[in-house]
Ligand binder design. Structure first.
Ligand code: OGA
Ligand code: MN
Length: 198
């Protein structure tokens, strides 16, 4: 855990290859399938407010918001994220208040073009986290996360169990075209919203 806060507080991003184990990955994929069968996934939109709309060539994933755990495995995953939130607050004084997160599925041929997670209107998103659930991923399946950093580009393979965390306002990033079904959980640790004082 110490490496996580040191690296996040230093260069602003960190990759943890085994944030969750294979058994939890399997259970979460089953949970996702259950939500999918229940019709809980929606095409993801881009933009905020009145400009929010669907642009499948820019962003092609389908998402299902995870507001509450609906299974022991989701509870377990959210507890791990909660532990990370408390750790980041204790070590970096980030004042993270909660986590908003969703499942995401990129079907074959889908991608998410280069963007930054935190818009001027959404200043409460502080740390982005992406947890990958692709047990069968092999090179050639695509769907890598490519992120621009001052030290150059980093590429993260979306392998099962890997967690990538980064400061939400810093790094332009994209999801390369996926050649296979790509599953993940994406979340944002948030600060309490602040309102301008007039
Ligand atoms: C996002 C995003 C990255 C990924 O959903 O905003 O950038 O690797 N996801 O899934
Ligand atoms: Mn993003």
């Amino acid at each position: 855990m110490l490496r996580v806060s040191t690296q996040l507080g230093g260069i602003g991003w960190v990759v943890q290859p085994a944030f969750i184990d294979a058994a939890l990955v399997t259970q979460l994929v089953q949970d996702m399938s259950r939500h999918e069968l229940a019709g809980a996934f929606r095409d993801a939109a881009v933009g905020v407010g009145s400009t929010r709309s669907l642009h499948p060539t820019i962003r092609g994933d389908r998402i299902c918001w995870l507001s509450m755990a609906s299974s022991p495995s989701e509870r377990h995953m959210l507890a791990l994220f909660e532990r990370l939130r408390v750790h980041l607050n204790e070590s970096l004084m980030l004042g993270l208040h909660d986590l908003e997160c969703h499942y995401a599925i990129y079907d074959e041929g889908k991608r998410y073009a280069r963007h930054v997670d935190r818009s001027a209107q959404g200043a409460e998103r502080v740390v982005s986290v992406v947890l990958y659930l692709n047990a069968e991923w092999v090179a050639g399946d695509g769907g890598e996360l490519r992120m621009s950093t001052p030290a150059g580009e980093i590429v993260v393979e979306p392998r099962a169990g890997t967690l990538v965390s980064f400061l939400s306002d810093r790094f332009p990033h994209e999801v390369l075209v996926s050649q296979a079904t790509r599953r993940s959980v994406t979340g944002w640790f948030r600060r309490r919203p602040t309102f301008p004082v007039s």
